[in-house]
Design a protein around this ligand. Sequence first.
Ligand SMILES: NC(=O)c1ccc[n+]([C@@H]2O[C@H](COP(=O)([O-])OP(=O)(O)OC[C@H]3O[C@@H](n4cnc5c(N)ncnc54)[C@H](OP(=O)(O)O)[C@@H]3O)[C@@H](O)[C@H]2O)c1
Length: 351
Amino acid sequence: MHSSSAGTSCSPSAGSTTCRPARSSPSSRLITVGPGAGQPRPVCRARLAAVNAVQYPRLVVTGAAGQLGRALIAAAPAAGAGEVLALGRADLDITDPAAAAALLRRGDVVINCAAYTAVDRAETEAAAAFAVNGTGPAVLATACAEIGADLIHVSTDYVFDGTGTAPYEPSDPTGPTSVYGRSKLAGEQAVLALAPAAVVVRTAWVYTGDQRDFVATMRRLEGERDTVTVVDDQIGSPTYAPDLAAGLLELAARLPGRAHPIPPILHATNGGSASWYELARAVFTELGADPGRVRPCTSDEYPSPVRRPAYSVLSPRAWSAAGLTPLRDWRAAVHAAVLAARPGARAGHDG
Ligand SMILES: NC(=O)c1ccc[n+]([C@@H]2O[C@H](COP(=O)([O-])OP(=O)(O)OC[C@H]3O[C@@H](n4cnc5c(N)ncnc54)[C@H](OP(=O)(O)O)[C@@H]3O)[C@@H](O)[C@H]2O)c1
C-alpha cells in the first residue's frame, strides 16, 4: 500500500481518529548541489565514500527526492557505491527523452524511483499518472538500452487485483483495480519490452517512519489521540525504505556482468504480512503505548475512490532464489524505524 511521503488520510471524530493509508502531497525538490563536469543540466551529484568503487558502477537514482530515493542515497555509501548521481525531478523529468539520454552513460546502473504515487488522485488524473508511470519508464528503458546502462525499475503490489490468498509470485497474473495500478503495470511492460535486461522490482507499503508515511503518522497520532481506528481488512507487506534500499543496492551491484542470471521481475518487501491495523498496533507497541488504543475497522467504513487490493503480500521466493539477501521480518523493521525516528537518534541507527 502506498503511504510514503503522503502518509495517511485521517478523519478525526469524537476523540478518536479513523485512518486508512493514502498518498497525496509531493515531496520536496532535491537540493541541487551544482552541475557535474560535462553534464548539460544542473544535477545533484554526490561523490560518496568509495568502499568498493572499483567494482561498483556509477549509480543513478531517479526520483531521488522521494521516499525511496532518499533512502537509496543514504544507504549508498555503506553499500560500496563509488559515485552516485541523485536526480530529483528538477534535475531529470523521466518523461524527457533528450534529458535522459544526455545524463546517462554506458555502464551506469539506474534505479528508477520516480513515480506518480497519488493513488486516489490518479483516478481523476489518469493522463498524468500514465505519463510518469508508463511513458517515463519507457523513456528510461529506451535510453538505457541504447546507451548500455542497466536499469532497475521499482513497481508495486497494486498491479495485482488483491483477491489472492497466498503470497503473489512475480509470474502470477496481474489485474490492477486502480488507475495507479494500471499505470504502473504499463510501466513494467514498457520497461521489459524496451530493455529486456532490465529488472522490475515490485515492493509494497513503503515507509520511513519519519516523514508523513503511515508509520510516522501513527507515531504522531499516538501522542495526539486517545484512540485511532485503522482498517483491518487489507493485508500486505510493510516495507521499511532503508531495508528496501539496501536490497536494491545489493541487486544493483550484481547487474553489471551478471555472473548469475537475474529474473526480469522480483519482489522485495520486508518478511511476513500484516494488516494496516496490525502495523499500527506494532508502532504503538514500539512506542511503549497501549496497542489497545488502536481499533480495527473495515475498508467499507472508510470510503475511498480506489478499491485497494485486499491481499497483496508479495512472495520473496524469487528474490532469495536469485541469491539476494532476504529483507528482515516486518516487525523487526518497525522496531528499527521507530528507534531511528526518535528525537536525537543517529541516522541509520539500528536500521
Ligand atoms: N510508497 C509506497 O508505499 C510504495 C509501495 C509500492 C511501490 N512503490 C513504488 O516505489 C517507488 C518509489 O516510491 P516512493 O514511495 O519513493 O514515492 P514518492 O515519495 O512519491 O517519490 C516519487 C518521486 O518521483 C518524483 N517524480 C514524479 N514525477 C516525476 C517525473 N516525471 N520525473 C522525475 N521524477 C518524478 C516525485 O517528485 P514530486 O514529488 O515533485 O512529484 C517524487 O520525488 C515508486 O515506483 C512507487 O510506485 C511505493
